[in-house]
Design a protein around this ligand. Structure first.
Ligand code: MG
Length: 380
């Protein structure tokens, strides 16, 4: 039985995780939940999944939640940063699904690894921000990090087709996001509503904006670099508008192994939970005849400068990816609040990265300091 602590239960991956758990009651059990401020949904989740431990964003929300639950069933309720860490290291859990958004996932992920939990990683910002520390800690504790990001789950599955030392490169596919058919000029006056309308995937707001700027793919390049120990020259991106091929691995002999399927996050989520087994899942089977034609196009760095920047920051290493991520988090939040335009997201992120003095081989403290500095710089 997988006993799961779920960080970020009211987000998109969190909700999908709970649906997968509901489909497999003999395989998976929820023992702890952490959410931010969506108390109404969290209440429903608590009633359905009856966790032992629950964490919410603040003390006020924790009090509200305590009052709202009936007298017959009372989980332990904690809150804030400390609460998130408690859920991540909850003694009853043997698997932690990290589905919070942003670099705030770094500390709970490290806490879960140090507590020896298997990790389902749905929080790519954790690896972007502190990849070397997270991977080193996982190695030290003998903990397996299983990717949930659809592209990385695909690569993880394709890697079973050969020996790691025989891999030539990997190819990450990108749908192109909500603005894939617009020119740079047309991007000048796009709205938040336009940006949130992703053609293939239903996801949270932050990642949908990151897909539109292509920063998401840039982060995925960094995520793949750390997860699979590949150089940046071994990681390629290709536009594939149908999102049917979720990614590919090319071996030395030029054999390419791909993983395909209907775009549904429940597939990679369940695979992370059931690995190395495969379980039945209620989802749309892939209909290749209906799909008809699959399209591929070169990634244009001039059209998608955030992807180029991500490669540059990744190659520079140290605190540079930390700063890239933190600046982006703030810039995207400002766009969602209507404070800056879509193209200003790029301008903010570029200018913060340009003014950063990179720290090589940073400690965790140096990473948190760079993160905080970049947030301040991006807010100005
Ligand atoms: Mg992805």
């Amino acid at each position: 039985m997988k006993k799961i602590a779920l960080l970020g239960s009211t987000g998109s991956v969190g909700k999908n995780t709970l649906e997968v758990v509901a489909q497999q009651p003999d395989e998976f059990q929820i023992v702890a939940l952490a959410a931010g401020s969506n108390i109404r949904l969290l209440q429903e989740q608590i009633k359905l999944y009856r966790p032992e431990l629950v964490s919410v964003g603040s003390k006020e929300l924790a009090d509200e939640l305590r009052h709202s639950l009936g007298a017959s069933y009372k989980p332990e309720i904690v809150h804030g940063e400390e609460g998130l860490l408690q859920v991540a290291s909850h003694p009853s859990a043997n698997f932690v699904m990290t589905a919070v958004v942003g670099s705030r996932g770094v500390s709970p992920t490290l806490a879960a690894i140090e507590a020896g939990k298997s990790i389902g990683l749905a929080n790519k910002e954790t690896l972007v921000s502190a990849g070397h520390i997270v991977m080193e800690t996982a190695k030290k504790h003998g903990v397996e990090i299983i990717p949930v990001d659809s592209e990385h789950s695909a690569i993880f599955q394709c890697l079973h087709g050969g020996r790691r030392e025989d891999v030539a490169k990997i190819i990450l596919t990108a749908s192109g996001g909500s603005f894939r058919d617009l020119t740079r000029e047309q991007l000048a006056d796009v709205t938040v509503t336009d940006a949130l309308n992703h053609p293939n995937w239903s996801m949270g707001a932050k990642i949908t904006i990151d897909s539109a700027t292509m920063m998401n793919k840039g982060f995925e390049v960094l995520e793949a670099h750390w997860l699979f120990d590949l150089s940046f020259d071994q990681i390629e991106c290709v536009l594939h508008r149908e999102s049917i091929i979720h990614s590919m691995v090319e071996y030395k002999d030029r054999a390419v192994i791909a993983q395909l399927g209907t775009p549904d996050m429940k597939v990679p989520i369940q695979y992370a939970l059931s690995y190395p087994r495969r379980l039945g899942l209620q989802t749309e089977p892939l209909d290749l005849i209906k799909a008809g034609t699959l399209h591929f196009a070169r990634m244009d760095f001039a059209r998608f400068p955030m992807l180029k920047l991500a490669y540059e920051c990744g190659r520079l290493g140290g605190t540079m990816p930390t700063v890239l991520n933190a600046a982006n988090e703030v810039a995207v939040a400002r766009f969602l609040q209507g404070e800056v335009t879509f193209l200003q997201i790029e301008q903010i992120v570029e200018s913060v990265c340009e003014s950063h003095d990179v720290v090589k081989q940073p400690t965790l403290e140096a990473i948190f300091a760079a993160d905080a500095w970049a947030r301040q710089a991006a807010a100005r």
